[in-house]
Write a protein of this length. Sequence first.
Lengths: 223, 441
Amino acid sequence: MKVLIIEDEPALRASIQEYLEHQGYVCELAADFPQAIDKVNEFDYDCIVADIGLPKGSGLDIVKELKFLEAKAGIIIISAKDSLEDKLKGLELGADDYLTKPFHLSELNARVNAILRRKNFEGNTTVSFYEITIKPASKTVLVHNKSITLTGKEYQLLLYFIANQHRVVTKSALAGHLWGDEYDQAGSYDFIYTHIKNLRKKMLEAGGEDYIKTVYGTGYRFG
Amino acid sequence: MEKIISKQYTERVTGSGKINTMKLLTKTTVYFLLIMLPVFTAGAFYLYTKFNKEIKHETDEELVNDKLQWMRYLDSASVNNPVFSINTPEFNLQPTEKAAQSKHKLKGVSIYQEPENTYAPFRQLTQVITLNNKNYELVLRKSLIEKDDLIRNIVHVMLAAFGGLLAFVLLSNWLISKRIWKPFYRSLDQIQKLQLNKLEALVFERTATHEFNQLNAALGSMTSRIHQDYTSMKELTEDAAHEMQTPLAIAQSKLELLLQDDTLSESQQQSILTSYDELQRLSRLNHNLLLLAKIENQQFPVTEAPDLCKVVEKYLSLFEELIKEKELDIHTDMADTAPWPLHPALTDILVSNLLGNAIKYNYPQGKIRIKITTDTFSVTNTSQLPEIPANELFQRFKKHSSGYTNSNGLGLAIVKKMADSYHFHLSYQYQNGEHTFTTGA
């Protein structure tokens, strides 16, 4: 899977690259608008992560160029501006997702993952992790080929964990993913623990391994 | 904002004492009429004296003419040599011992009128004449009774003229205000409806009046200057917030990667996590400050009226876990629909801030009551926190409790700013350990 990261801040570009490469993606980098245009014209990518505010151009114009080229790459816009207009404009131009800076790398990765799943196999694919098989089209989860019933939140949690397998995922990232940005209005996110506990229980009951490791007080690691 | 400006303005104008304000045109009309009143009175007086003089003159001429006629007649009648003695109000001829006069005398007299029991004005001609060597006093009189009619007529004419002029002035003023003052009122209307974010689109048309063009030019340059300042302020705020998000994103991503290191000790990991969470808090703070600025700048136009009941239901399900965890008892009393004229993003923030606070500051097994009518929305919650002092209620960064690290002290300030900017009221009551926030149109 080839991902193009278009981001002018070298440090952020490197972070995204490091995280995504660790999750098994091949990453290419572009630091400004002309570089990005050259790359999208020359190569095919599965997913493109594009910053809006770029030197010598706008990320939105890259979206336009990709649509003009009829590229099949999924597009995620990342922007420092939490502006509704930019978001709507980006999605209208044909971007698949919009993420506001600062974001959790695990969240970006989960979104890249979801887009690739949708794009490449029109959703008719399975996500597997050892004995666990997920069929996103029907939202079913199999453990040792035996179907288990998960709540909506537990299902989202499992997909997120598998996308970010072997990585420490913080509670705030999980809360943000499951409840959106408003969760912080209401205070703590300790209640995530209940969902984790239930998910773990259901997996164990179906004869699966306990892949969810608690990392001190920090968060969780799957696998 | 425009309302606030105009209110302050009115306060300033009326503050220095009671001033009766009226339209410019009404004012000029009143002044015009006040000036015209003495002019008309003087005119009437002048006309009266002039006519009076003229009538006297005419009557006198007639009297002289009559005298000549009578003299001619008496001269011819004197053949038989009688002694004349005639006495009528109009004609009086009596023998007299007075010496004959070569010239007649004219004067005004009042003579008693029996039927009306009044005195009527007369002009009188007297002359002692000689007929058949006898002296007679000839008195001729003519009624001036028309004089009263004259005055009445003059007053009538003057009143009619004044009334006509009044009607004419009012009509012409109305027409003038329709035509000449039209561009002025149009500019006024434009300024009254002024919205900061739409200043750019404000164009004052050219008119055929020099003064209005000057006014419009001044207004135009003023608004464009305000617009420039406003835009640069807005850009500065947005750019500053934008520029801050990027380093935050970098630091946060580096910390997230650092967390992946297996060789870290527990305390090192804790330190990283704390920094990571604090960075997020900083970013939320930044986001909320930007939001406050945007609300203040009215950057959320009201284009629709989302149903508040639906928004509340959305957030109740979003906060379901938190409510369950605290075992809160939620009681809702909602109208069927409650369209709220506010930008959907702000409606979300309004509900999530008030509801979020009601959950966050509640105690386990506490209560939350949500009441929505067609134009009010109130959230009541139990809490161990004491009553919030009125002077700190909506202050930025004023935290009303310790131990809630997730609070940035901006939630209520944002709701208050919304209420101020979009003109709905927001009040707070505390009773029996229950805090209630009520908003409404």
